[in-house]
Design a protein around this ligand. Structure first.
Ligand code: FAD
Length: 320
C-alpha cells in the first residue's frame, strides 16, 4: 500500500488536532507516515501511532525554531525522497501553506490548498475545495508530481486507529537558504483560555447587532459554556468592539467548525466566505429577512439580548 506523508504540527511534542484529522484523511489514500520536526518531535510518536501513523520520521534540530520555514521544507523534501509517497498532506495554517507551497515548487509538483475533504481516486487523491466565497464546491486532482495538499482544520473527524508508529530518524541536510531568515523574537498572544478560532469545533460569533464592545460579554459567555472560540464580523471589528484576530470572513479568518453560531450578523457574502463550510450553522437575528437565514440549519428570529443568555443558561443546565 502506498505511503502518505503527514506533516505534523506540534508544540513541544503535543500534537495539534488538525494533524490528527489529516491522519484520518491519509488513511483513505494509503498508509500514513508522519514527519515530526523540532523540539519534542520524538514525543509525538505515541499520539500519532494511536491515530494511524505506521511510521514517524523525526528530526530534532534548533534550526526549526531559530529560522523561518526553509529548514522544514528541507526536511519534508528529504522525507519525500526517502519515502516516495502517494501524497503529502499539510495542515492549512499560515505556516503550513507556506511550507507546502515551497515544497511543491522544490519537487516540481502541483499543489491544492485549503481542501475540505479528500478521497482516493483512480489517478491519485481527489480534493474538495470551497471556492469563490463558498459559491462553488470543486473537486480536483493533481496531475503533476507528488500531490501536495493542505487541508483546513475540522475537515475530518479525529479517529482512534492504533498502528505501529515506529520512530525512525530522518536524515536531513539543511540547504544554504535554511538559515537565511532568523527569528529574532517571539511575543506570545495573551491567552483567553479559548480554543484557536480556526481549529475550534464550535465558534460563536457576534456582529453589529451586538451593539458595543461591552456586550460581547454575552457572546463570550455562550462561547465559554460550549467550550467554543469567539468570532466577529468585520462590522464589529471595524467598530473596535473585538480584535481583528477574531474576524471571520474574506478579510479575516476562514473557519469550518462543527457548529457556527452567528448572532446579530446579517450574512454578507464576505462574511459567508469565511464560515459557509461550517457543518451546522445557527443564526440569531431579529430580522426574519436577514440573508444569513438563507444558509442556516437552524434560525432563531429574535433579539440576541434575549436569546443568547437563555441559550447560555440552557447549555449550562444541561451540562449540569
Ligand atoms: P450588519 O450587516 O449591519 O448586520 C447586523 C445584523 O444584526 C442585522 O441583520 C440586524 O438585523 C441584526 N441585529 C441588530 N440588532 C440585533 C439584535 N438585538 N438581535 C438580533 N439581531 C440583531 N465582513 C465580515 O464579516 N468579514 C470579512 O472578512 C469582511 N471582509 C470584507 C471585505 C471587503 C472587500 C468588503 C467590501 C466587505 C467585507 N466585509 C466583511 C463586510 C461585509 O460586507 C458586511 O458589511 C459585514 O459582514 C456586516 O457585518 P454585520 O453582519 O455584523 O453587520
Amino acid at each position: 500500500m502506498a505511503e502518505v506523508l503527514v506533516y505534523v504540527d506540534h508544540v513541544d511534542g503535543a500534537v495539534r488536532k488538525p494533524t490528527l484529522e489529516l491522519l484520518t484523511l491519509a488513511r483513505r489514500i494509503g498508509e500514513p507516515v508522519a514527519v515530526a520536526l523540532g523540539s519534542g518531535a520524538a514525543a509525538t510518536a505515541q499520539t500519532l501511532a494511536e491515530h494511524g501513523a505506521v511510521k514517524v520520521l523525526t528530526h530534532e534540530a534548533s534550526e526549526y525554531a531559530d529560522y523561518l520555514v526553509v529548514p522544514k521544507v528541507d526536511a519534508l523534501q528529504a522525507a519525500v525522497a526517502a519515502v516516495s509517497p502517494a501524497a503529502v498532506l499539510v495542515p492549512s495554517s499560515a505556516e503550513g501553506k507556506e511550507v507546502a507551497a515551497r515544497l511543491a515548487l522544490r519537487i516540481g509538483s502541483g499543489i491544492i490548498t485549503d481542501a475540505v475533504d479528500l478521497e482516493a481516486g483512480d489517478e491519485g487523491p481527489v480534493a474538495t475545495q470551497s471556492v469563490f466565497a463558498a459559491s462553488f464546491t470543486t473537486k480536483s486532482r493533481i496531475s503533476k508530481g507528488t500531490p501536495v495538499i493542505t487541508v483546513k482544520p475540522n475537515s475530518a473527524a479525529v479517529e482512534a486507529a492504533p498502528a505501529a508508529g515506529a520512530v525512525e530518524a530522518l536524515e536531513v541536510s539543511f540547504s544554504e537558504k535554511a538559515t537565511g531568515t532568523k527569528i529574532t523574537g517571539r511575543t506570545p498572544r495573551e491567552s483567553t483560555g479559548r480554543p484557536e478560532l480556526t481549529e475550534a469545533a464550535i465558534v460563536v460569533s457576534g456582529g453589529r447587532g451586538v451593539n458595543g464592545a461591552e456586550n460581547f460579554a454575552i457572546i463570550e459567555a455562550l462561547a465559554d459554556s460550549l467550550g467554543a472560540a469567539v468570532g466577529a464580523s468585520r462590522a464589529a471589528v471595524d467598530a473596535g468592539w473585538y480584535p481583528h484576530t477574531n474576524q471571520v470572513g474574506q478579510t479575516g479568518k476562514s473557519v469550518s467548525p462543527q457548529l457556527y453560531i452567528a448572532s446579530g450578523i446579517s450574512g454578507a457574502i464576505q462574511h459567508r466566505a469565511g464560515m459557509q463550510t461550517s457543518k451546522t450553522i445557527v443564526a440569531i437575528n431579529k430580522d426574519p429577512e436577514a440573508p444569513i437565514f438563507e444558509l442556516v440549519d437552524y434560525g432563531v428570529v429574535g433579539d440576541l439580548f434575549d436569546v443568547v443568555p437563555q441559550l447560555t443558561d440552557e447549555v449550562k443546565t444541561r451540562k449540569g
